[in-house]
Design a protein around this ligand. Structure first.
Ligand SMILES: Cc1ncc(COP(=O)(O)O)c(C=O)c1O
Length: 444
């Protein structure tokens, strides 16, 4: 049972505190009183240091589309490791993965690789600035795009500072320069009228509009068709570039979420699943815009290197993962997602706890309220709802299921019907326990 102060994870955490700040190297995996350390993973299951096995619904924050240690991916990685892991030379593998992405995602005529989604978003925004010669970017309130200063603006805005008339630009990291905040226009998600007004007001200085069509931290509800079409229309009118962040959503359709909207952005940022479990990021776009990276005519407008960019272990494993992730796999995962969403909603209704599961296809998110969710503000949890989420996460752990602490669930192709049923049973059990203890009981 978690927490257990006599566990090996608890002991390792004490040791970790002596070499890592707060014992932690990724804020996203921090857990109090201690994190569970992973020992191994196979298929959709992870075993922790104390030998406890659980179904993994985190999948390294949506990146492990085939779960852990898929035999074909192990083989692809192992074969490449034997040939060398990284070179001060390009390898054929980067061409293969770029061709696969261009073949699937219409907007990605030319592709460039890096090592994380953060870098992909950063390079897309730098490309947009270089191409347009303008300084500002617009992004959606609450939307997560990694750790680039501009892209993380207003990530955790709250009622006390988010602003009335138009969303304020709020620093995420202390010390963010004011200049960064003044160059970011924050948009209300799915509010076509207000967002268009803001975009037009800043039109002449806008380099890019950055949008994730199903933003996890905005409640994991999809952008409306009207919102996406408005962004495309207004960016065309004002001369800004439309940048779609598909770092998470590329798993939703062969052509990415953008294909579900029939909107072709100028630039697309990708990451996570395209690395087959290894660090990765990619930017793709029209040949013309991507020309800002082209060194063949002298110094490019946006020089870009990266010691490990396009390393062949990532490229070959990513290629294999993407080849295995076909339309049938997407459809099967979508069915699993729908089933689990409705099972969670039924569990909320039958226990009388206010709550709902949102999401699209294989991505799900749990909320402890029943409000219709359209944007960051309508999704925003109260402190009590946050405490309930913490209790649910621990109860799920103790019922054999790992989910992200803020209620995100990402399914993998390693899951079967019976795994989905097991996750649903764990939810029913966890919510029944919460109902029995009362909504105000303490976590743990
Ligand atoms: C939509 C989105 N964009 C960008 C990123 C950043 O990717 P990375 O963690 O690989 O830097 C993430 C990470 O979760 C993401 O969800």
């Amino acid at each position: 049972m978690y927490p257990d102060s006599s566990s090996q994870s608890a002991a390792l955490y004490e040791r970790a505190k002596r070499s890592l700040p707060g014992g932690n190297t990724r804020t996203t995996v921090y857990m109090s009183p201690y994190p569970l350390y992973a020992a191994s993973g196979l298929g959709c299951r992870v075993t922790d240091l104390d030998g406890v096995e659980r179904i993994d619904c985190i999948n390294n924050f949506t990146s492990l589309i085939h779960g852990h240690a898929h035999p074909a991916l192990v083989e692809a990685a192992t074969c490449q490791i034997q040939l060398g892991t990284t070179f001060g030379m390009p390898t054929p593998s980067e061409v293969y993965l770029a061709e696969l992405l261009s073949g699937r995602v219409r907007s990605m005529e030319r592709v460039r690789f890096m090592n994380s989604g953060t870098e992909a978003v950063m390079m897309a925004l730098k490309a947009a600035r270089a191409y347009t010669g303008r300084p500002k970017i617009a992004k959606v309130e609450g939307s997560y795009h990694g750790s680039y200063d501009y892209a993380e603006t207003s990530l955790d805005a709250e009622p006390s500072n988010w602003g009335e008339q138009a969303p304020n630009s709020i620093a995420y990291a202390r010390g963010t320069p004011q200049g960064v905040l003044s160059d970011v226009v924050v948009l209300p998600f799915n509010d076509v009228v207000k967002a268009e007004e803001l975009l037009r007001a800043h039109g002449p200085s806008l380099a890019a509009v950055l949008v994730d069509p199903v933003p996890n931290r905005v409640g994991l509800v999809p952008a409306s068709k009207e919102f996406m079409s408005m962004l495309r229309r207004v960016t065309k009118d004002t001369g800004a570039l439309l940048v779609i962040d598909e770092v998470i959503t590329l798993r939703l359709a062969i052509g990415g979420a953008q294909s579900m909207y029939d909107v072709v952005p100028d630039l697309t940022a990708a990451g996570k699943i395209i690395g087959g479990g290894f660090p990765v990021g990619a930017v793709g776009g029209s040949a013309e815009v991507m020309g800002v990276f082209d060194p063949s005519r002298g110094r490019p407008p946006v020089p870009h290197g990266g010691t490990f960019s396009a390393n062949p272990v990532t490229m070959m494993t990513g290629l294999t993962a993407m080849q295995l992730f076909d339309g049938a796999a997407i459809e099967r995962l979508g069915r699993f997602g729908d089933r689990l969403r409705s099972a969670i909603n039924v569990a909320f209704a039958s226990t009388g706890i206010p709550g709902q599961a949102t999401g699209v296809g294989s991505l799900l998110k749990v909320h402890f309220h029943n409000r219709p969710i359209t944007d960051y503000r309508s999704a925003f949890p109260t402190p009590q709802q946050q405490r309930l989420m913490a209790r649910l996460t621990i109860k799920l752990l103790n019922n054999g299921v790992m989910t992200a602490s803020y209620g995100l669930i990402a399914l993998s192709t390693a899951m079967t019907d019976s795994d989905i049923e097991q996750i649903a049973v764990a939810f029913r059990q966890a919510l029944t326990e919460i109902a029995a203890e009362g909504l105000e009981a303490n976590a743990g």
